[in-house]
Ligand binder design. Structure first.
Ligand code: MG
Length: 406
């Protein structure tokens, strides 16, 4: 394992910090790193006329922010490791061998544990056995965590849904939703007294509230505050004249059923204000939410893209495949990536994050991905496509049951 760690920077960093790999026992690591505040500029953006002006960090009290070069290097090394991934079916014999070395299992939820309000058949029983069985080196209970890009539910709502559908009891600290992790990020990134302008709903607002992050704009009220009007030469577009709150230092974009031109206009005005040092943060980039029967609705990624396009800036993304959300998990439980498996149904979020962070990865075919898509990636010579290939796959998470029988 040591040689493998040396090749993988995240594994090496977390292994070195883990004197005792047992989940929840070891001392917590420092909070996840903070990314550069302004994101990378989109390629189409022309040079700023103010480029020669002295740039002042918006958060000087936070010290030096991490550079993007280390992130690029980490991804290059992870992509090189991904070349060896073969997407093997996790048959019972192989499953027993793999799970013997796993002490933490991270689950995506939609498409893996449930579809809508119906649990995937056998999933609850499989998780019950996974949680009850000893983890790596036997005798220790395995840690289960739930890592989801969905920002429309609070951690408490996920705990309740797990209970309602018969899954093993979970605590809120085992749930890492993009709403909670965004609040955790802003709590650290914003200077004292600063607030966030939020495109999002009640769950995102509740998580910000719980984290003590001042915010405004969430829900239908802000849209209603901008009077409906026809855009014309005589009347300015909605949101273009509304007063700006001087305390706003970040724009946070999540799932917002009340997204409107007025809100987009306000978000852009905050991002353009002053020296352009207002943070732009998105909960996730999922651009489509699948529905039963093959239909779909637009996801948060569409709203993030709208704000990015208007602002000519790239948002910092909290959810998968960003490694920030994994670092939140690793920080909370001090888990060892080499003894952790990510289970998901999407290649470009769940599996990519797992591969980027040095985890074992398991694809379930109960969600949005087909085995044919994986085979196409396997045949490709493109390193980016190879990085979407999981270590293993099962038709359903319930397929693990035979390997978990006494
Ligand atoms: Mg999913």
């Amino acid at each position: 394992m040591g040689g493998e760690d040396a090749r993988h920077p995240i594994r090496a960093r977390l292994s070195a910090a883990s004197a005792n790999p047992r989940p929840g026992r070891a001392r917590r690591r420092a909070e996840p790193r903070l990314p550069p505040p302004n994101g990378r500029l989109l390629a189409a953006r022309p040079p700023r006329p103010s480029a020669n002006r002295r740039r002042v960090s918006p958060f000087p009290h936070r010290g030096r922010l991490s550079s993007s070069s280390s992130s690029v290097r980490r991804r290059q090394e992870a992509a090189a490791m991904a070349q060896a991934k073969q997407c093997r079916r996790l048959e019972p014999g192989l499953a027993r061998s793999v799970l013997a070395g796993v002490e933490a299992v991270l689950f995506d939820c939609d498409g893996v544990l449930w579809r809508g309000e119906a649990a995937v058949p056998g999933a609850a029983e499989a998780l019950g056995r996974l949680a009850a069985e000893g983890g790596a080196e036997g005798g220790r209970r395995r840690l289960l965590c739930y890592v989801t890009n969905n920002s429309s539910r609070t951690r408490g709502a996920y705990v309740e849904k797990l209970r309602r559908l018969g899954f093993p009891p979970a605590e809120p600290r085992q749930v890492f939703g993009s709403a909670y992790c965004a609040a955790r990020y802003l709590r650290r990134a914003l200077p004292p007294g600063a607030a966030a302008y939020v495109l999002g709903g009640a769950a995102l607002s509740a998580e910000l509230e719980a984290a003590g992050v001042a915010h405004l704009g969430a829900g239908p009220e802000a849209a209603a505050a901008a009077p409906e009007q026809e855009a014309s030469a005589a009347q300015p577009p909605p949101g273009s004249r509304a007063p700006l709150d001087p305390s706003v230092r970040a724009v946070l974009v999540g799932y917002d059923e009340h997204f409107s031109y007025a809100k987009l206009c306000l978000a852009l005005r905050y991002l353009l204000r002053g020296d352009g040092d207002c943070l732009l943060v998105g909960t996730n980039r999922d651009h489509r939410l699948p529905l039963e029967g093959g239909s779909a609705v637009p996801g948060t990624g569409c709203l993030v893209k709208a704000v990015e396009t208007a602002a000519e800036r790239e948002a910092f993304i909290i959810g998968k495949p960003s490694d920030y959300i994994f670092e939140c998990v690793a920080n909370e439980f001090n888990i060892d990536p080499a003894r952790t498996i990510m289970v998901g149904d999407r290649l470009d979020t769940d599996i990519l994050m797992g591969n980027n962070c040095g985890l074992k990865t398991l694809l379930t075919l109960t969600g949005v991905t087909t085995l044919e898509e994986v085979k196409d990636h396997l045949k490709s010579d493109c390193p980016k496509r190879k990085n979407l290939v999981p270590d293993y796959y099962v038709d359903s998470i319930a397929d693990l049951l035979p390997a978990l029988q006494d």
